[in-house]
Design a binder for this molecule. Structure first.
Ligand SMILES: NC(=O)c1ccc[n+]([C@@H]2O[C@H](COP(=O)([O-])OP(=O)(O)OC[C@H]3O[C@@H](n4cnc5c(N)ncnc54)[C@H](O)[C@@H]3O)[C@@H](O)[C@H]2O)c1
Length: 468
């Protein structure tokens, strides 16, 4: 594939490097990936599969994540949900090719041609970026940074962060100058659990270097694993594109959720309306549901806002993204309200009611519970009901909540089953078995898992987000 960099306007006006350098001569051999999570592991493993590459992952030995070091070094995939290709890839690069290993020692950065930074970048309760990990690993990498190394920030950051936060830390810790002595770029991942490998290799990529040389080096690196177009941009453009892309999705989901509430009030099905709308090829209404979770969507709009507030030339209100966050955050509470209403309709006393929450991962067929709307659903139900049991087939642990993987135990004598996550196991539920297992046949559907007519004919009281 030809990388689309030669004539891009961003490179004009900069010292032009021959296109040849972006298409092979700058083969990076020693690669360090800092942060072994949903983004760092697939990136590291894919890079390690490229002939000539040697990859070291750096992961701290924290209580929650430290186990991944030995786990990966044993050639095992640490993800619990569906992750096509991951088992084989990790086994191949760790055990067969021996081109990938993980350590907690930042001294690995000393021999690195490239350092990727893939740590989490949450926002705090004030909706301000919490860059403890980003700052710490940047400072630790800086201690070992050598002239000529390329550093790429893959973590999602507030626009302006690469230049104003990371660059000064790297320069100060290394006594080297970015752009002169070492190279620096921002290039965002578009992965999501369940598609970690596919979305790295088969999505177009945006690469924003602080100068032309950094951009070309980073393009050459990604060309080894990305099959789609790689577009160079300025650092700020790349940072804005990432945060705006996720804010766009959050706003669109909020629209779908508002239309779902409208359809409930009007007694029609929002999913049917969505199909009618999307029959036009240029309409793309998103899916309504029980809320938005994951590490990214709930915080990336706030990263965008922080970037504008901090580095913009003047303030912008960003009312739409704030309202979208509010609408999406209300959905788990609405699901709990539907449950309470349905129980009351069946004459179930709440102080004796058992409710079963089906799914605590934020995403179907995945083990990722970060910012999951399930916790808001459980909290709201626990305030009113005697007992709330949470089931998930993939999740091992959810801080502060009791979980079971045993479906029958979870549903036995329940007065309501509430679907929060559309794991495939819930689509396969035998309705007769379910009705006999539960004490009261109340089914609350937060993800359009069931057909209303079928479920009602099977004897259930059925309430659902976006349906009559
Ligand atoms: N999860 C996604 O689907 C996704 C998609 C696109 C972008 N992103 C962005 O990528 C970044 C990483 O996300 P993620 O989902 O991989 O996070 P993650 O929490 O799964 O992984 C981050 C890893 O970094 C490790 N880490 C943190 N501080 C460290 C330190 N000081 N030393 C060594 N290791 C350290 C953590 O222990 C963890 O294992 C975030 O900025 C996120 O917004 C995530």
């Amino acid at each position: 594939m030809q990388v689309q960099v030669a004539n891009h306007p961003f490179l004009d006006g900069h010292k032009r490097t021959e296109i040849a350098t972006a298409t092979g001569d700058l083969m990076e051999r020693n690669i360090v990936v800092i942060g072994m999570g949903y983004v760092g592991i697939p990136a590291a493993a894919l890079l390690a599969d490229v002939p000539g590459h040697s990859v070291i992952g750096i992961q701290r030995r924290s209580r929650r994540s430290g186990w991944k070091i030995d786990w990966i070094n044993d050639g095992k995939n640490p993800f619990e949900g569906d992750e096509p290709g991951m088992d084989e890839l990790i086994a191949r690069v760790v055990l067969e090719k021996k081109t990938f290993r993980v350590t907690d020692d930042f001294a690995a950065c000393k021999d690195a041609d490239v350092i990727l930074i893939d740590v989490q970048t949450p926002t705090n309760t004030e909706r301000i970026p919490e860059y403890l990990s980003l700052r710490t690993v940047s400072a630790q990498a800086a201690n070992y940074l050598q002239p000529g190394t390329l550093v790429v920030i893959e973590s999602t950051v507030a626009p302006g962060t690469t230049e104003h936060v990371v660059k000064p830390i790297l320069e100060e810790g290394s006594s080297l100058r970015a752009g002169t002595d070492f190279h620096l770029a921002f290039s965002y991942e578009r992965v999501m659990p369940g598609k970690l490998l596919e979305y790295i290799t088969d999505f177009p990529r945006v690469v924003g270097g602080i100068d032309a040389e950094s951009t070309l080096r980073a393009v050459a690196l990604y060309k080894t694993i990305v099959r789609k177009e790689i577009t160079p941009a300025s650092v700020l453009t790349a940072e804005l594109a990432k945060t705006m892309e996720n804010a766009y999705r959050d706003v669109n989901i909020a629209f779908a959720n508002e239309m779902a509430r409208t359809c409930e009030a009007m007694g029609v099905d929002v999913y049917e309306i969505r199909e009618l709308m999307n029959a036009r090829h240029d309409r793309h209404m998103h899916l309504a549901g029980a809320g938005v979770g994951g590490h990214c969507l709930p915080k990336d709009p706030w990263l965008l806002k922080f970037g504008v507030d901090t580095y913009g030339e003047y303030p912008v209100a960003l009312r739409m993204i704030a309202l979208a966050r509010e609408i999406n955050d209300e959905m788990p509470l609405h699901l709990a309200d539907l449950t309470i209403d349905a129980l009351a309709g069946q004459g179930v006393e709440l102080d004796g009611a058992k409710v079963t929450v089906l799914g605590v991962a934020y995403l179907e067929n995945s083990d990722d519970t970060r910012n999951t709307p399930a916790t808001a659903v459980i909290d709201a139900l626990q305030e009113k009901c005697a007992s709330v049991v949470a089931h998930d087939p993939y999740v091992r642990h959810l801080d502060g909540y009791e979980l079971t993987r045993h479906l029958e135990m979870a549903l036995a004598s329940a007065d309501a089953a509430v679907v929060v996550t559309k794991h495939r196991q819930y689509f396969d539920l035998d309705l007769n078995w379910l009705r006999e297992t539960m004490r009261t046949p109340v089914l609350i559907d937060g993800r359009n898992v069931f057909d209303a007519t079928v479920v009602r004919e099977a004897g259930f009281t059925y309430r659902a987000i976006g349906k009559a």
